[in-house]
Design a protein around this ligand. Sequence first.
Ligand code: ADP
Length: 191
Amino acid sequence: MPNQSNKVVIFLGPPGAGKGTQAERLAAEQQLLKISTGDILRDHVTRNTELGQQVKPLLDAGHLVPDDILIALIRDRLASLDPVRVIFDGFPRTTAQAQELDVLLEELGAPVSAVPLLEVPDDVLIARIVERGKTSGRSDDTEEVARNRQTVYRDQTQPLIDYYAARGQVHTINGVGSMDEVYGRIRDAVN
Ligand code: ADP
């Protein structure tokens, strides 16, 4: 029997849209575990693990890390959760990842609850990332790599929006406005 309090939120949106900050707040308010694959990968790079050494060049260039690596990371994170209450930030990023996630969630009896999609115009995104780069210490927060990440998003991640839209699960949210305004829209969409 699936646990009634399971909740799986998949937060979609381009790099720089503000998913991380907003997901953090939603996680705190709704007792969800935030799973940010970018944070997990950067942590491996910082600790200089074998995986970190393998993925560093990809992160630095703004390329995606191979799907099988991500799936293994996510399988590991979900394994011990009961109930399954999570918000994904930065995952899935390809249709293959979304399909594999569905298999995992099926095994756990915890289907996707909602897919908020944060929309922000491209020029605003680049400006935000370059601004963030002044303090983030992230090697991929430069204008050149940011543009690369936008292209990767358009080519590889945007198609996956249709995957969830076909099930009527996507809620498009205007990501321009104050943090509080945007958060209010997200909360309304998810509830
Ligand atoms: P942002 O959304 O700001 O671009 P993230 O922190 O989500 O940044 O991701 C940073 C980098 O980590 C990506 O450019 C990519 O190299 C890698 N990455 C994160 N999540 C995934 C994923 N689901 N699939 C493949 N690569 C990923």
